[in-house]
Each structure stands twice: as structure tokens, then as C-alpha cells.
Design a protein around this ligand. Structure first.
Ligand SMILES: C[S@@+](CC[C@H](N)C(=O)[O-])C[C@H]1O[C@@H](n2cnc3c(N)ncnc32)[C@H](O)[C@@H]1O
Length: 215
């Protein structure tokens, strides 16, 4: 997102509290002299009030139970009339690779949690609109977008996604044999979305939310 905005001429400050994410963003932003990346907690941004035109959180704040505090911070740092944009998976079964993993995990291990309760709060468009209005935003619009996630064949997806899936405590805590059972079932689940040549086309679905700060 930071690169796309920089390519369009924006001067971007990209933030994340994971140093590895910031390092990678810094590398990718190096070619844009007016953009940079910094380690920051989205609950307490080290950014002056009203200093930004736009605040965007791409699959960021809405993934966490602290999203309301983080949204307040986004509103604080933009100027009157500034814009907010947020994206987040819709949380329906199979709306993202992680949610497909979640469905298969639940079937195999009904007594375990893949991710802690509270991660990926469940939203409806109405709940999102209310949340943004409560944070003082106006002109709130919530859309649902769909796009194919299609990077791998179903043969490769388990191996390729393993580092990402290890971020989920339920997956990281499995024994080797449970993990290999899960990956075999996951491969079958992904195969339902594989076209000719075995390449997956998972129609992922996300909320895209726009709003403004009153002038
Ligand atoms: C699904 S990733 C999205 C990353 C990035 N926005 C993107 O589009 O690729 C969610 C990110 O939120 C970051 N995160 C979680 N809690 C945070 C916090 N309190 N402050 C800042 N970043 C946080 C994580 O480190 C992770 O990189």
C-alpha cells in the first residue's frame, strides 16, 4: 500500500510494530525519497495531531481487538477534512487463505483454537459504519471487494504458506504428525479452488471502508 501510494506521488510514513515488517517496507520505499517506514504501535502513534492528509490501514487495525483505540489515533493524526481508509477480510469461511485454514483446522481439531479469541473481530458493514461514526468520522462508506488469490498450485500451497501459518498459535503448537494431517486436508480444500493446471483461484473477500474527518 505504501509503495502504491508513493508511486502516485504521496509522501508516505509506513508504520508497523514488527521491526522485520518495517525493514522490508524501508527497502521497498528506498526509491521514493519522500517516503519512509518506522516502528510504531498503532495504539500510540508518534505523529503530531492533524499532520497527515490521509491515514490508511491495510489488513491492519481491524484484525485486532484494540481496533477502536487505533482508529481514534488515525483520526487524531489526520487534518480536518482528511481521509481514512481501512481494509479487512470479511471473516466468512474461505474469504482468505487463513480463513480456509481456519475452516479445515476447526474440522480436524474441534477442541483447539487456531487463533486467540478476539483476533479477527467479526464485523458487519453496519458494525463498521457505527464504529467509524463513533470515532468521529463522517461520510462513511463500506464496500465489499472480491479478488482472486492465485499465487500457487495446491501442491505448493502448504509449504509456501507454512511460515505465515506459524504466526497462528494453534498451528505452531501442533505436533509434526498433526500438522502433516492438517496440511493434507488443506491441500484437498485448496484443490476445490484449483483450475486446470492446478493453480488455485481463491475468491478472497474483504471490506473496504472509506471515511472523512469533519472539516
Ligand atoms: C495482516 S498484517 C498486514 C501488514 C500490512 N499492513 C500489509 O498490508 O501487508 C497485520 C500487521 O499488523 C501489525 N500489528 C499488529 N499489532 C500492531 C500494533 N499494535 N501496532 C502496529 N502494528 C501492529 C503486525 O505486525 C502485522 O504486520
Amino acid at each position: 500500500m505504501a509503495v502504491a501510494a508513493s508511486e502516485r506521488g504521496a509522501s508516505v510514513l509506513a508504520v508497523d510494530f514488527a521491526p522485520a515488517m518495517v525493514e522490508r517496507a524501508e527497502e521497498r520505499l528506498q526509491q521514493f525519497h519522500r517516503s519512509t517506514a518506522k516502528v510504531m504501535d498503532f495504539i500510540a502513534l508518534d505523529i503530531a495531531d492533524g499532520s497527515q492528509d490521509v491515514a490508511i490501514s491495510n489488513f491492519g487495525i481491524l484484525a485486532y481487538p484494540s481496533w477502536q483505540g487505533a482508529l481514534k489515533e488515525m483520526v487524531r493524526v489526520i487534518r480536518p477534512g482528511g481521509a481514512i481508509a481501512l481494509t479487512m477480510w470479511t471473516n466468512r469461511d474461505d474469504c482468505s487463505p487463513a480463513h480456509l485454514l481456519h475452516r479445515v483446522f476447526r474440522q480436524l481439531f474441534p477442541n483447539k483454537d487456531l487463533w486467540p479469541p478476539g483476533l479477527f473481530p467479526i464485523f458487519s458493514p453496519t458494525a463498521l459504519e457505527k464504529g467509524l461514526l463513533r470515532a468521529g468520522c463522517v461520510d462513511v462508506r463500506v464496500r465489499t471487494a472480491q479478488a482472486d488469490w492465485s499465487p500457487f498450485s495446491s501442491n505448493d500451497v502448504g509449504r509456501e504458506c507454512d511460515p505465515m501459518f506459524r504466526g497462528f498459535p494453534g498451528y505452531a503448537g501442533l505436533s509434526d504428525s498433526n500438522r502433516s494431517d492438517l496440511l493434507a486436508s488443506l491441500k484437498m480444500a485448496f484443490e476445490e479452488y484449483a483450475g486446470s493446471g492446478g493453480v488455485i483461484r481463491l475468491p478472497t473477500k474483504a471490506f473496504v471502508v472509506f471515511a472523512s474527518k469533519p472539516t
